[in-house]
Design a protein around this ligand. Structure first.
Ligand code: ADP
Ligand code: ADP
Length: 223
């Protein structure tokens, strides 16, 4: 369970991106829905310990996330909105390097982890191709592969379907759905259908505040 309490964030220029956000997020898929500028990325980066909030607390199981960021990072899989630069390195080699950084020191164990993930994400056939040449859908599937290394218990995926065609979108969402109910998976998106199809629970964020929280079908029926 991820417990976010009274979280606020004001950027140095005065923009209030989060305004007293409290959410209890259970295991399984959880949707964070909101328009551009709602504060989703700020919230996801804060939970991922990439930035500190102005105030509030975050707990994940027995981890006090803001006080013990290193402990959270060991059990976090994070796929940022823009996964950034794609180096001229093969998918295989990049996953192997991520596995080293996540502390998998045994080469045979890494081989097994990397090969399993390449298969799961349908990237086996392009494992020796350069990431720089990957399409948007391939990049997102690669992003999930790297996020899953080390069996994280918390996975954060920020706006993953932007720019994907319908087939790639479905492939990607099916990958997320296959992660299972023992992991907290937060899917941040501005696309209602992404959440409605996959998430037993969701929150709607707008102007940095939680507007609604509950089951997607009930929320859609009530608006
Ligand atoms: P999103 O699509 O999540 O709204 P943006 O496209 O607004 O993200 O922002 C992209 C990057 O620019 C992010 O790193 C964000 O922190 C930064 N950014 C967004 N708005 C501002 C701003 N008003 N001033 C400075 N940086 C900003
Ligand atoms: P979302 O992910 O829902 O699009 P963001 O968290 O990116 O929302 O942005 C929330 C608000 O904070 C927006 O008004 C955005 O312009 C602003 N913002 C984001 N990053 C920065 C930043 N680094 N500096 C100033 N304002 C920012």
């Amino acid at each position: 369970m991820l417990e976010i309490q009274n979280l606020s964030h004001t950027y140095p220029n005065g923009t209030v991106a989060l305004d007293d956000v409290s959410l209890s997020i259970p295991r399984g898929m959880y949707g964070l829905l909101g328009p551009n500028g709602a504060g989703k990325s700020t919230l996801m980066r804060t939970v991922a310990t990439l930035q500190e909030p102005t105030s509030g607390t975050i707990r994940f199981g027995d981890i006090d996330v803001l006080a013990e960021p290193q402990r959270l990072r060991r059990t976090l899989g994070y796929l940022p909105q823009d996964f950034g630069v794609y180096p001229r390195v093969s998918a295989y080699s990049m996953l192997d390097q991520v596995a080293i950084l996540k502390g998998i020191t045994s080469a045979s164990e890494r081989k097994q982890v990397v090969e399993t993930l390449l298969n799961q994400t349908n990237l086996w056939g392009v494992r020796y191709k350069s990431l720089a040449g990957f399409s948007g859908g391939m990049r997102q599937r690669f992003g999930i592969a790297q996020a899953l290394i080390g069996n994280p218990e918390l996975i954060i995926v920020d706006e993953p379907t932007a720019g994907l065609d319908p087939e790639e979108r479905n492939r990607f969402l099916n990958l997320l759905a296959a992660i299972g109910d023992n992991v907290v998976v937060i899917l941040s998106t501005h696309i209602v259908a992404d959440v409605a199809d996959l998430c037993p629970r969701m929150a709607v964020l707008a102007n940095g505040r939680v507007q609604l929280e509950g089951k997607p079908l009930e929320l859609i029926a009530s608006t």
